[in-house]
Structures are given as structure tokens and as C-alpha cells.
Design a binder for this molecule. Structure first.
Ligand code: FES
Length: 278
């Protein structure tokens, strides 16, 4: 293969990369099509690989270089020839054009690779530190039924959600009823557990499993995943297992009809501590 033939092949490889990368960008911009995007990505990298291999094998100076032993020094004419050869880039006589083609291919690939950043979606903002719970939202079951105080016996547990958000992952909570007077509320939370009704986030602070087991005699909530245990009477403080943080408590009240109502959101982010900002 002559140098010019190799050069043409390399340029074709770069051109394939450019067209495939631009095609990838267009396909993605118009809504995306995974199979086609995969093919175009393969073509882009394939063209680049083909061009680079061709360049390395046919357009770079070939070895081995042999130097006669009896001639230890180069003549002035030889040094000048090497300098000229070096300046020309060996047999690459249009090196500038090839380098530009390489830059264009790399640039097109770079532009195409920027588009998927759009797929990351909107910034989460405060959505990771808040839940659907709001002041005035009544507690409902997973079926959407309102939770009345008469529905829960002492020692009982009900999984509850905010009214209008039944089944929500971040709104899930456990309502536990204990004998009035046993709860030791944190300062400022004296009114959060009326008549022994106390509500905690159901999302475990270890790795996010649902905390759904209740040991009524010991007043302990248990997470089935890694056996973290939380003291219901003491702000759901972890007393066993890998969880390091207490389950966030939901402030609740009992309305005039006996239904349980939230008076706000959880005071801190729910779930594993890495979501917490403070
Ligand atoms: S997720 Fe609850 S203990 Fe690990």
C-alpha cells in the first residue's frame, strides 16, 4: 500500500467517525433510539480505530532502522536529510490535513458524548430532603382509608401514608400506639405523639429497607434487612444493628373527629444518612 492510499484510508476512517458521531447526536436529540445509537457509537469508534491503525502501520516511519557499523557519524547531507524527513513527518506528506481530520473526529465524538448529560434529568433540588407530608394532611392506609384512633389498639402498628399519596416511597411511615405516658419525647416534641400515637419514617436509616416489624413488649421497631432495632419510646434511637441514625419522627395530632393528622413534614431527611445535609 502506498503512502497516499494509506492516507486516503485514514481520512475515510476519520470521516466515518465524524458522520457517525454527528448522526449519534442527531438521533439522541430527536428522542433517541438505543439500538441505532449503539450502532452509530460502534461505527464512530470503529472508524477512529481503523484510521489510527492505518496511520500507525503505513504512515509512520517503518523499522527496523539499520546503521552501518563502520560509519559512526552522519554526514552533513545525511543529517540534513533526516531533519527534512522529520519536518515532513516521515512519509506523511499531508500530515497537517490528517491531524485536522483526527481533531475533527475527536471533536465530533466529544460533542456527541455531551448529549447524554441531558439524560441525567433535572437537578433534584430539595426533593431529597422533603417528603409529601404537610401540615393538615390526614394519615391514610396503603388503600387510602383514613386512620382513626379507634383503628389502632395499644401495641398495634399500621403503615401509613399522607392523604393523597398512598403508596409513596418517601411518605411511608409507621404508626405505633403505646400506653400514654411511656414515650420520652425529645425537647420541643412534647406534642408530637398525642395519647401514645407516635409516627416514624418507615425508611431504615441504614440502607433504606422498610422497617415493618414491631416488638410490642419491648417497644422496638426492627428492620428485617440487617436487624437494626429502634427504640420507639426514645425517638426511634437505634439500639442495635448497623443503623447509625434515628428514624425521623412525624409530628401528628388528633382532630376533632378522632382522625390522625400530620402537623408538618419530617424534621430531617429520611433514609440513609448520606442523604442528610446537616
Ligand atoms: S437496611 Fe435496615 S438494617 Fe440495613
Amino acid at each position: 500500500m502506498t503512502g497516499h492510499q494509506a492516507e486516503r484510508r485514514a481520512v475515510v476512517g476519520f470521516a466515518v467517525t465524524i458522520m457517525a458521531a454527528l448522526g449519534l447526536a442527531v438521533v439522541y436529540w430527536r428522542g433517541g433510539q438505543p439500538q441505532l445509537e449503539g450502532l452509530l457509537l460502534a461505527a464512530a469508534f470503529g472508524g477512529l480505530a481503523f484510521a489510527m491503525v492505518t496511520w500507525a502501520n503505513h504512515l509512520m516511519p517503518q523499522g527496523p532502522a539499520v546503521q552501518e557499523r563502520h560509519r559512526l557519524g552522519s554526514t552533513k547531507a545525511e543529517r540534513q536529510a533526516v531533519e527534512e524527513d522529520f519536518e515532513r513527518g516521515g512519509v506523511i506528506e499531508r500530515r497537517g490535513f490528517l491531524v485536522k481530520a483526527l481533531a475533527a473526529a475527536a471533536g465530533a465524538l466529544g460533542v456527541a458524548s455531551l448529549f447524554p448529560i441531558r439524560s441525567l434529568g433535572p437537578r433534584p433540588g430539595k426533593s431529597l430532603s422533603t417528603t409529601p407530608w404537610r401540615d393538615g394532611l390526614r394519615l391514610v392506609t396503603d388503600k387510602g382509608a383514613l386512620v382513626h384512633t379507634s383503628d389502632v389498639a395499644i401495641g398495634g402498628l399500621v403503615t401509613v401514608f399522607p392523604e393523597g399519596h398512598a403508596g409513596s416511597a418517601d411518605g411511608q411511615a409507621v404508626l405505633v400506639r403505646v400506653e400514654p405516658g411511656l414515650i420520652r419525647p425529645r425537647p420541643g416534641r412534647e406534642g408530637w405523639s398525642p395519647d401514645g400515637f407516635v409516627v416514624y419514617s418507615k425508611v431504615c436509616t441504614h440502607a433504606g429497607c422498610p422497617v415493618g416489624l414491631y416488638e410490642a413488649q419491648a417497644h422496638e421497631l426492627l428492620c428485617p434487612c440487617h436487624q437494626s432495632t429502634f427504640d420507639v419510646l426514645d425517638g426511634a434511637r437505634p439500639i442495635f444493628g448497623p443503623a447509625a441514625g434515628a428514624l425521623p419522627q412525624l409530628p401528628v395530632r388528633i382532630d376533632s373527629e378522632g382522625f390522625l393528622v400530620a402537623t408538618g413534614d419530617f424534621p430531617e431527611p429520611i433514609g440513609p444518612p448520606y442523604w442528610r445535609r446537616s
